[in-house]
Structure formats: structure tokens, C-alpha cells
Write a protein that binds this ligand. Sequence first.
Ligand SMILES: [Zn+2]
Length: 481
Amino acid sequence: MTTTLEVAHESSATLNPVTAMLPEQPEGLLLVLAQRVRDSVCAADQNLGHLEEELLRGGHEVFRQMLEKAAQQKADAAPPLCPHCQNKLSRLSAGHWTTLQTRFGSIRVQRVRGYCRRCRKWRFAADAVLGLPEEGTQSPAVQEMAALTVSKMPATEAEQVVERLAGVKISAATLGRAARQQGQRAQRQREQLDQKMSTPEGRAQQDRDLQLQLPLEPFTLVIELDAWNIRERDDWGRSDTLRAQGQEPSRWHWAYGGTCFRLDHRGQSAGGRPVILSRGYVMTRGGVDALKEQLWAQAMRHGLGRANEVLIVADGAVWIWNLAGDRFPGARQRVDFYHVSQHLWAVAHTLHAQDDTAARAWVEPLLAKLKADKGCEVITELEQLQARLEGARAVAVQKEVSYLQSHRERMDYGRARPKGEPLGSGAMESTCRQYQCRFKRTGQFWSQTGDEALLCLETFRRNGRWTLLFPHAQALAPSKN
Ligand SMILES: [Zn+2]
């Protein structure tokens, strides 16, 4: 629904409201710009790139002035309501100037200030129509640029990229702060959306919002889980204290992730590579319980409860199978084929430490048996083998036998291929690697609040929710990677 603001302007009888948006002396500005373009055309050593640059830089002043006028008109038309709770503001006073950072440079806008009795705070009524965060001076486009770049690269690099691509200088500190604010906003929205998933109305609403059309035919919902670690500096400056208490300060913490998708929702890329068309992601520093609740909500969004089968695929980590049994009872469980094969290879190398060819000759028939759903035969063979060994070799093989026994029911690889199901959790592992590219750079440290905010921002984008944060970015299609 679009509502219209009552935009007033002085001397409306004489001034055309559209031409009123033009900058002062538009012809002068455009002439200067045209002259620069002309100079660039004449310069033998300049190419199309130089022309693009001239127009981007030169156009900024035209757009900046137009934006300033338009922003002022919007601010003037804002009803005197609290931008946070919609309560009527009292003790209004006009003429409060502020400088805003926009994608065309700084603009100055006057706002009306009033007191909100409900929030017990002074508020600017125009902040809602301008899309400004509380006490923030970055325009929505700048907020988005910060969110998009800082969730991909360190803020110092983001500063350079923003300056090159957008032609606007915003400091690394401002970008970092703005990105964290947006991440925290994304976290609050995620919590609300996840809560809504426990009510039928909330679910129906999100189905419509995401345009998730659930198929009439029975489908399988696949859930993959994995974790990676992140370096934080929560205990910085406390290392000596902690050591004195007998604790080694811990800098590495787990980030937990999950993804879910419908099996029938996989297509092929132009090159024939299988791709997943619709997929939900979770990534959190908030611990296994946070992952559990977020993943459940995400799985509900993608058809849990309506799927006739749920398949969970992951490596052998104990927390994963505890979570799976707890939150997704009845789901079929599959341990990642590659991880299991690594355990068989470990036995092969124990038996044939110096001989790769012999190790391969030993392991390959067993891998073939695994793929043919004969995991039990593999375990029996290893048990018989282990009984014939002694000492360290017996111990080493026993360890692998125990691993396989504990996953006996999760090695149903024979049914994977005919049904088009994944043998392993490679999709989630590659997602984790993508997150790590950003969050695990050399010499980088994070704080828990900072990294959770940025993780949430990146996950919002992957889940096609970017426009919930930045409604102006409708053109940015949700990521399909
Ligand atoms: Zn209020």
C-alpha cells in the first residue's frame, strides 16, 4: 500500500512543484559538466572510463542539490509523530539543522523536534520518512553501502571500495559503525520473524512474503549443518587475570551454521551443474541453542511440517545429532560420506603406512560397499580385522570401528543417488568457507556482538531479506548461491 504525504510548498500558485526540485542554476551546473565531458573527449589519453568518471563525479553536485531540496520537502511534510512508537509528539520546535551523509555527499536538512512521552525521549518526526536510524546521520543508501561492503570485507577496504564505486568518501570508522547498527537491526527483525513462525498466521504471512509456493506432490526437505571457529577478543586485556585464575584465555569460538532446501527445488545451471533454487541459511555465534531455534524457523519457512520426509546431513559431530534428535525428531539422519571415507582411509594408512597403492587397493572395495548401502558389512570386516591386530594398530583401528558403529544407522548412501539426495554436507561446508573468507582473515579479531551482527547481515542477504532492511533496494535480487 502506498500512502501519500501532504507535501506543501510555498508559493505553490506560482512555482511548478517539479521544477522546484531542480538545483540552483541547473544550466550552469550542467554546462560545467558538459565542458568537462567535452575536455575528456578531446584528451587523446582518456577513454570511456574517464568519461564515466567525469559524469559520476560531476553529476554528484546536481543530484546532491536535488536530494537536499527533496529531503527538506519530505521532512517538512512529516506528521508530528514519534518515529519509533507513532505517539503524538509534544513541545514541538522547528528549525533543527542536521547534516546527513548521502550517496551524493553531505546535505543539510531542518527537522522539527518534539518530545515523546511514551519513549520519554526527544524525537525528530522526520526521521521515519527520511529512513534515519535513531541519532544516525547516514542516509538509507549509505547505511546499505556500509552493510553490503563491511559484511564482505574489513572496513578499511570498504572505505576504498565505496569511494571508488560510489564516488563518496565515508570513513572506515563510520562504515564499521553503520554496518554494526544495521546488523543489530537485522538481528531484531530476525527474532521477530522467527517468533512469528510459531503461529499459523505468521507462517502464512511469511509464505506470501517469500513467495514460497509449496508443491502439492510430496517432497523431501534437506537440512545440512556444520560449524567453524572464529577469533574474538572478548578477553583482551584480561589474559593475565584469567591465567592467574588458572584459565587459559580462549580466543577461538564456534560459529554454527545450517542450511535447508527442498530436494525438488534443485535445478541445473546453464553449464549443467546442479544448483539449489531456494534455500534458507542460518549462521550464528549464539551457540547451539540459538542455531537450533533459528534453523527450526528457517526449516518451517521452507516446508518443514509439510514435507513428507526430512533428511539431515552432517559430519560426525555429537552436538549435531543431539540437535537433530531434539528439534527434528523423525528426520532421517545421514553422516557425510566424505567424513566416513576419511575414517576408512585412516585404517588403510594404519595397515599400509608406507604403501599408498596398497592402502588404496584395500580401501576402494570398502568405499564401494558403503555406497551400495552395505555399511554393516564394512563394520563387520573391520571388527574381524581389528581382532587380528595387536598393540597400537589394534587401538587405532578400534577407534575407527567405534566411529562407524556410532553412525551405523546414518550410512544409507545407496538410496541417495537414485533419489537425487546429497551424499554429504558439502553445500553447508562450502557456505561456511564463504563466511570464513570474511570472518577469518589473518590478524583479525572480533567481538561477539560485532560478529553476530555482521553474520546476521550476511545471512539476511542470502535469505533474500535484504529489502526488509533496505526497502529502496528492491532491484537487488536475493542471492541464489
Ligand atoms: Zn515514542
